[in-house]
Design a protein around this ligand. Structure first.
Ligand code: GLN
Length: 306
């Protein structure tokens, strides 16, 4: 492990961990409202095979929207450019679960990382696989090199019983012909992918293929072409934090993705992936300590993609 990474992560963990805890856990999914907001973990994994973590870095949490990157990678791998006829690649400037742009833009979501776009991606994934839920788990297990990754069925059920907004998004897009599958089945797969439970350590390792130009550095398998890997990184940078994406790029300067479970993962191209978990969120649904941690990380190391 590059000595700098380890000591800087320890240093940030101490400093940020002592700051007053601000924000609130997501409560629109009742199971997430029960999570202890004081938990905090950081893990980094490098493309050369080293890893290091601190705090609650081995505690599993709900990855929520971070799963959108996995499903996007799975679909882009098979569909390539045809996906971009059904979903855009511009920042939305709107909250993750917003409906407003969809009507003006004829049911074509702005990008694959807002809920509407992720629903289109999952819909296409259901066209590709007979057992989409199992395939999602298999993909994440392969990317992380860890078999112990499952759906948290309690979280999935909790979101399914409070899924009116996502059902509305999917139904609305279906009315424009941009959803192929039945809405109920789609929401079921989507809520399960969001319910996947992983630790920071597993998450950091699972994003290494994107930090390594599309090749899983452990197995040597090419997951995405260099060009598609670049595109996913670009979408994470411009859209990964919804209407806070510009601010994340400004403060951190790395492609990343957040989830309302309080996780954030970011990639340092050619080098490493870093994951942070702290469940207290800001009004955009992004982890406050997560962003603070990553801002300090890139500032202290003097690294960014710019
Ligand atoms: N499952 C959540 C939802 O659809 C994911 C949102 C998120 O993590 N930003 O509302």
């Amino acid at each position: 492990m590059t000595a700098d990474y380890k000591s800087i992560i320890n240093h940030i963990y101490e400093e940020v961990g002592h700051m007053p805890l601000k924000g609130a856990v997501a409560d629109y999914i009742p199971a997430l409202a029960e999570v202890d907001p004081s938990q905090y973990g950081i893990a980094i994994a490098t493309t050369s095979g080293e890893s290091y973590g601190v705090g609650d870095c081995f505690t599993k949490f709900s990855i929520q929207s971070i799963s959108k990157v996995f499903t996007l990678a799975m679909v882009v791998r098979h569909l390539g450019h045809t996906l971009w006829e059904s979903v855009g690649r511009e920042p939305s400037g709107s909250p993750f679960n917003s409906l407003v742009q969809l009507e003006y833009e004829h049911g074509i979501p702005r990008n694959p990382l807002i809920n509407a776009g992720a629903l289109v991606v999952t819909d296409r994934l259901m066209n590709l696989y007979r057992q989409p839920k199992e395939e999602i788990l298999n993909f994440i297990r392969d990317m992380s090199g860890c078999d112990d990754i499952y759906f948290d069925h309690r979280v999935a059920r909790s979101e399914l019983s409070h899924g009116a907004r996502n059902i509305a998004l999917a139904s609305f897009m279906k009315s424009f012909g941009n959803i192929d599958n039945e809405v109920d089945g789609l929401i079921d797969v989507y809520c399960h992918q969001c319910s996947v439970a992983m630790s920071c350590m597993e998450l950091a390792k699972s994003f290494l293929f994107l930090a390594n130009r599309g090749v899983n550095p452990v197995s040597g398998e090419r997951i995405l072409s260099i060009s598609r890997s670049k595109r996913l990184g670009a979408i994470m940078l411009t859209c990964g934090f919804y209407d806070e994406s510009g601010d994340f790029a400004f403060r951190v300067g790395l492609p990343g993705k957040s989830g309302v479970g309080g996780g954030i993962v970011a990639i340092i191209p050619g080098e490493a992936a870093i994951a942070v978990w702290s469940p207290a969120l800001n009004s955009y649904g992004n982890s406050i300590r997560g962003i603070e941690t990553l801002e300090r990380f890139t500032t202290l190391l003097g690294i960014s993609i710019f």
